[in-house]
Design a protein around this ligand. Sequence first.
Ligand SMILES: Cc1cc2nc3c(=O)[nH]c(=O)nc-3n(C[C@H](O)[C@H](O)[C@H](O)COP(=O)(O)OP(=O)(O)OC[C@H]3O[C@@H](n4cnc5c(N)ncnc54)[C@H](O)[C@@H]3O)c2cc1C
Length: 485
Amino acid sequence: MKIGIIGAGIAGIASSIRLAAAGHEVTVFEANAYPGGKLSVFTLEGYRFDAGPSLFTMPQYVEELFALCGERAEDHFRYVQVDTACHYFWEDGTRLRVPADPEQFAEEAQRVLGVPAEQVRRFLTHSAEKYALAGKIFLEKSLHRADTWLSKSVAKAMLRLPRFELFQTMHQAHQKAFSNEKMVQLFNRYATYNGSNPYKASGMLTIIPHFEHNIGVFYPEGGMHAITTSLYELSLRQGVKYQFSTPVTEIITEGGRVKGLRTDGESLHLLDKVVSNMDVYYTYKRLLPEEKHPEHILNQPKSTSALIFYWGVKREFPELGLHNIFFTEDYRAEFEALEAGRVVDDPTIYVNITSKLTSTDVPEGGGENWFILVNAPCHQGQDWSQVIPEIRKNTLQKLSRNLGVDVESLLVCEDILEPREIERRTSSHLGALYGYSSNTMMAAFLRHPNFSNRIEGLHFVGGSVHPGGGIPLCLLSAKITSELI
Ligand SMILES: Cc1cc2nc3c(=O)[nH]c(=O)nc-3n(C[C@H](O)[C@H](O)[C@H](O)COP(=O)(O)OP(=O)(O)OC[C@H]3O[C@@H](n4cnc5c(N)ncnc54)[C@H](O)[C@@H]3O)c2cc1C
């Protein structure tokens, strides 16, 4: 079959590999001049920055693609397992280094926070059990096909539904598991891994820490962008063709079937199937304006966006690691503000520093490459030219306060990414990082399926459709869609 893929995001590339390996003739049309979408890279005055994702879990989903093509992943894509999951900083001076090893994590939580180690062990075991039971249904299969619901494994999982904590919020599940408020906050943060709110999202999301604490945190050699380049090169070896700087402007249909695509408003490409890796909202609104749109799905609440400051810093900070979190004092207020379209004055700040692992990410004189992420609402008409300087000032003050130095005086260079620019670069509706949020119990079912019910031959992959955003889930969406095709 001749298959066209709209977008060379990580899910588009992964789909192209799977479909080409199955013998199809695949062409990827990408609006940008480069592959990877959000998973891209840039260098500023000798400091290298991963522009988007910084946390890498579930490397097996990348390796699986090499195996599928009969190649050894380690010949093309290497990564290390990191020994510290995260360094946490609270305003009252509490510091917690969380070892990646779950047993050491439990012991460290007991030593520093006085949390009974058994509570951490029990929580992580429960998270693993939930993943084993429910992960395969919610993440690895289409929720919109009868055969998913008729299988034995699903029936077994359904019987154990109450154990999934579906009907309480993530925050409530954490309060039940931990007597210590800092521990509750620490685990609440995992809601942000798909842009959700822990005070609203279902307790089902307590499976997220399983990825990081039971399986591990990893870092690709050469940076996160190595995920893009190694998979892009694999797809080329599979015979996938790319047309860069070629925006798709229309999906052509006839009699309820896909016929092809139009690019740049003129060139026609006749195809048997089309897979859209473009945000599902804009796929309908821009490429299928005449078709009936599934508005109830397209108008579900979006995930959060972010403000990112990329800072080249003059000196090194031994107290920081690869991943660092500086918590706000009032986490609930932070999420209430995000829902209201604002960022609080004292936001939680995430700092990622890849130069902790490799000296080639900074200029010869040394220093560190700081990727600072502050959760922000999607673009809803905010005046970002006013908001950004305010958040930048508060971020600098918070880091300076916690680290005991004037951080601003150490900055060598800077770049900033904000919701409108995220939308401009990747056509992500309103600049959402992860498509739609998971803030209701039904969110998983209200994500767009990986296929169209109305247009035969039209499929969807990527962060805005089932099973959701983040690299691992995007790779799984490619798997589900390719298997459906
Ligand atoms: C700042 C930031 C931090 C993040 N942190 C993490 C993290 O730590 N860990 C993690 O797992 N995930 C993280 N994410 C989320 C992750 O990046 C995304 O979920 C994932 O990369 C999305 O991939 P995708 O395949 O859906 O496509 P995208 O990356 O959204 O790419 C879509 C592609 O389609 C192209 N396109 C769109 N419209 C058209 C058209 N009409 N014609 C042709 N091409 C088109 C775009 O140009 C783009 O290249 C982060 C995202 C951001 C922005």
